[in-house]
Design a protein around this ligand. Structure first.
Ligand code: H2U
Ligand code: ZN
Length: 348
């Protein structure tokens, strides 16, 4: 008889219209591969060599002000150019199109060694307010069609600096993954007259196997179709197309769920859990966006410990994403973690 905890199977990702291969039996296989050295964070509230700390000079020569909360600046090494001239090619297979954009860096806190999980809920609410302000401003820009807000955390994810920070890449066109979510949500809404993620959340709440934590306005859960071992999605209970539609209460609740979710991650392997976190929301110039239900994906690479990560290689890279532990096991382990951060816990 088929038992999902024991037998290989595929799960359907309704949001991306893709499949993921689940191999739960494989967690028993011996590990003789790469072991990464643990990154032991040194506590220092200010680093004179950090290009994000207040009062320091960035690599581009600009001086950071003595900021008290969040601080946003234009990325000195932006991946997109504001003034890229219109153009491209449409020559058979040689199709290209110019892409304008705005890239910014957001410092979450003036304190060099704080992370989202360790910041106070009001201070995280300050980050949420900054995301909303940035979104509002960039959405007005005539050249901007989509605003991607994200955080790369930890050296394993290629983050260049431990100072708590995120980025914004605002683009002219809708990026590929967001375009897929746009299409699936649009079709679902047209057929069912409710957002796909409202219906999905209702089914997850009923199943109650993959929920990690929740509050009045948000639920954090390991999606049924999660690809990365401890991947989560944070879903607003109320469907909203974009983050600027949150009420003040919802914005505070978002800060609360972020703190609790990230703290659980950090406590899982007693490490500052590396991840990429990103907000998916409606493209900015879309008027008929009732099908959009904005949400946050948190995608961490760790699998077995603070040093052993999941590799997306071989079959995953060439055929289909694959995972070892089940989403239900991952959710259970995150649920068992404390919401008191291990770095702030008072020793007995
Ligand atoms: P990551 O740690 O996620 O790479 O983000 C840091 C960003 O900061 C990165 O995109 C930018 C880099 O281009 N940066 C500046 O804009 N100015 C600097 O002085 C150094 C880094
Ligand atoms: Zn710093």
């Amino acid at each position: 008889m088929f038992v999902p905890e024991d037998h290989s199977h595929r799960r359907y990702n309704a949001l991306l219209d893709e499949w993921v291969l689940v191999s739960p039996h494989r967690t028993k296989r011996p590990w003789q591969g790469q072991v990464e050295a643990p990154v032991i964070p040194v506590r220092n509230t200010y680093d004179p060599t950090c290009y994000l700390c207040p009062g320091n000079t960035r690599m581009g020569g600009e001086l950071n002000p003595a900021y008290p909360g969040t601080f946003v600046f234009d990325n000195d090494f932006a991946a997109l150019q504001k003034d890229a001239p219109a153009g491209g090619s449409d020559d058979g297979f040689f199709r290209s199109v110019s892409e304008k954009g705005i890239c910014r860096v957001i410092c979450f806190s003036p304190q060099h060694d704080l992370t989202l999980g360790e910041m106070t809920t009001p201070d995280i609410a300050g980050v949420v307010a900054t995301w909303q302000d940035q979104f509002r401003e960039l959405a007005q820009h005539p050249d901007i069609g989509y605003v991607q807000i994200f955080e790369n955390r930890g050296a394993m994810m290629g983050s260049s600096n431990p100072h708590p920070h995120g980025q914004i890449w605002a683009t002219q066109h809708t990026p590929t993954l967001v375009a897929k979510e746009e299409a699936t949500q649009r079709v679902y809404y047209a057929t069912h007259q409710q957002t796909m993620l409202s219906a999905y959340l209702a089914q997850e709440i009923t199943a109650h196997e993959r929920v990690v934590c929740e509050n009045r306005s948000f639920v954090a859960l390991v999606p049924f179709w999660a690809v990365w071992p401890f991947e989560t999605i944070i879903l607003p209970r109320r469907p909203m197309a974009t983050i600027d539609q949150m009420s003040a209460g919802e914005a505070t609740d978002l800060a609360d769920i972020l703190k609790r979710t990230v703290t659980r991650y950090d406590n899982l392997f007693q490490t500052l859990f590396p991840y990429s976190l990103g907000i998916h929301q409606a493209p900015t110039k879309m008027i008929d966006n009732g099908h959009w239900h904005w949400h946050i994906h948190i995608v961490p690479p760790l699998l077995r410990s603070a040093t052993v990560r999941k590799f997306m290689v071989g079959f995953e890279l060439l055929a289909e994403p694959q995972r070892d532990i089940t989403p239900e096991q991952a959710a259970r382990r995150l649920r068992e973690c404390s919401e008191v951060h291990y770095r702030t816990e008072v020793p007995q």
